[in-house]
Design a protein around this ligand. Sequence first.
Ligand code: FES
Length: 150
Amino acid sequence: MERSNISSKFAPELHNMLNILHELQNDNLQNYLSSEDLKWVANYLNTTYSSVYGVAKYYSMFSLTPRGKYIIRVCKSPLCKMIDGEHIIKCIKEKLKIGIGDTTNDSLFTLETSECLGHCAQAPVMMINDKVYKNLNAQKIDKILKSIIK
Ligand code: FES
């Protein structure tokens, strides 16, 4: 979303900061908030750069460094972990040849872990951007990644 569209959608009030940061990050093809974004938000909300930076740094859903087009978030909470979650992470690491927090060389995928994604009954679970994938196993991981890479 263009910054001008954001200012027409959200009033310049501090309680809108999280929504504005989300819109800016979602609009960035590298899925992150640049220092220019943070400066713009600070100016728009009439607050300091450090307060915007602090918020962006605090919440794990925001990134201050470029990431892949697809953010893979694998649940690392106890239930998913018990039901093969560690194996799921290992499969993705091997398939994409990256570690947790890394981005593939083609900038397509970033691998992250997450706290409970709210679908514990269908563990193990991961999200890729906004889509949730449940009851994962190695074959499903392979199929999901292939469908994105095509
Ligand atoms: S523990 Fe993984 S989704 Fe809840």
